[in-house]
Write a protein that binds this ligand. Structure first.
Ligand code: AQP
Length: 334
């Protein structure tokens, strides 16, 4: 990744479980499309992942699996910096400084914090609350212009903008203020079992989420069981959240608009529609899974990608961090 005048993009996903088709639609799929046009930093957010209890050996395994999946989905490590967040210590260092410009009240109001506090009531730790500040540090370190995320993370990009402006006002122009990039379609894929909730990789109900690692039969079975409504008309509308979600998923994986999908399935019954969505998703996942498996068989190659990605990221991050340390008045030697 040569330094250039191109706009900068930062995004990440946590190795907190297998990626879902929601993560693909809202994030990774866009990352692939953006890598030719922008200077991209794509991370595996393991520091964020430990805000919820993780089994250490599984976290390590998932980190490597996620790296392989990024590459299998089409992330080109020659074009972008692909790395593990904890391998670049500047993320945690900048987060500490930004903490001093962030208020407890605003963190308590974050939707994700409220949701996760309910879900993990026995472990409401400081890291869970501080998640958005670490995310702000991730983004601001690279002076990112754009952050491609799903709708669920929009609030976190907004607080990042607030923190950046606060720092700039107090210490002078230091951070570029980033914009969230949210696609119109696929920005929020919902659970197959409860279309009022977002599809999540850590959902306890295995039928609620379709994982990028699910085999063909599992994918088709999950779609067949998807919760819909009692009508039989394939149409996107607010009172048909299940069918609307399936149409959105179909449009993402087929590469068409929701309106085109509606037309294709007009007059088709729910059973056949669900099978068609399942087949389409399974067809799209098969080559990704085969490539991920091939990559995981060569751990040395993957390790090389991650260490050169971390080096590139470190170079860029260090510049910003030095500026920040200087602005806040930290002694750096004479
Ligand atoms: N259902 C979704 N639809 C569209 N985009 C989504 N994203 C997540 N779920 C959906 C986007 O995926 C990116 C990576 O997410 P993450 O791993 O950082 O964390 P998350 O948003 O908390 O995702 P999960 O799947 O819900 O993880 P868990 O269950 O561990 O909390 C982000 O850009 C996100 O917007």
């Amino acid at each position: 990744m040569e330094s250039s005048n191109r706009k900068i993009v930062y995004s990440a996903a946590q190795p907190s479980g297998n990626l879902t088709i929601g993560n693909y639609a809202g994030a990774v799929g866009n990352w692939v499309r953006m890598q030719k046009e922008y200077d991209c930093f794509y991370a595996i957010a393991d520091l964020h992942a430990i805000t919820v209890r993780q089994e250490p050996s599984e976290l390590r395994r998932r980190t490597l699996e996620l790296a392989a999946l990024y590459v299998a989905c089409g992330i080109d490590p020659e074009h972008c910096a692909l790395y593990v967040q904890s391998n670049v210590s500047a993320h945690a260092e900048l987060a500490w400084v930004l903490n001093t410009l962030t208020y407890v009240g605003e963190m308590e109001r974050m939707t994700q914090f409220k949701d996760k506090s309910q879900k993990h009531a026995d472990n409401i730790n400081m890291g869970l609350m501080d998640y958005p500040v670490l995310m702000a540090a991730d983004i601001l370190l690279y002076q990112a212009d754009y952050v491609p995320v799903g709708v669920d993370q929009k609030q976190h990009v907004e607080i990042t903008r607030d923190i950046a402006n606060r720092f700039n006002n107090r210490y002078g122009e230091t951070f570029r203020v980033p914009e969230p990039l949210i696609l119109k379609s696929g920005a929020k894929i919902m659970s197959l079992q409860d279309p009022a909730r977002k599809m999540s990789k850590s959902d306890e109900n295995p039928n609620a989420s379709v994982y990028l690692s699910d085999d063909r039969d599992t994918v088709i079975r999950k779609f067949k069981r998807a919760v819909t409504d009692s009508e039989s008309c394939v149409r996107a509308s607010a009172d048909k959240p299940g069918i609307t979600n399936l149409l959105t998923i179909y449009s993402v994986f087929k590469g068409c608009s929701v309106a085109e999908a509606e037309k294709e399935f007009s007059g088709v019954g729910y059973g056949d529609f669900k099978s068609a969505v399942g087949e389409t998703v399974a067809d799209a996942l098969a080559p990704v899974q085969a490539e991920q498996k091939r990559l995981l068989a060569d751990k040395g190659y993957l390790g090389g990608i991650l260490s050169s990605g971390a080096e590139r990221a470190f170079k860029a991050a260090r510049k910003t961090l030095s500026k920040v340390y200087c602005k806040v008045g930290f002694y750096r030697g004479e």
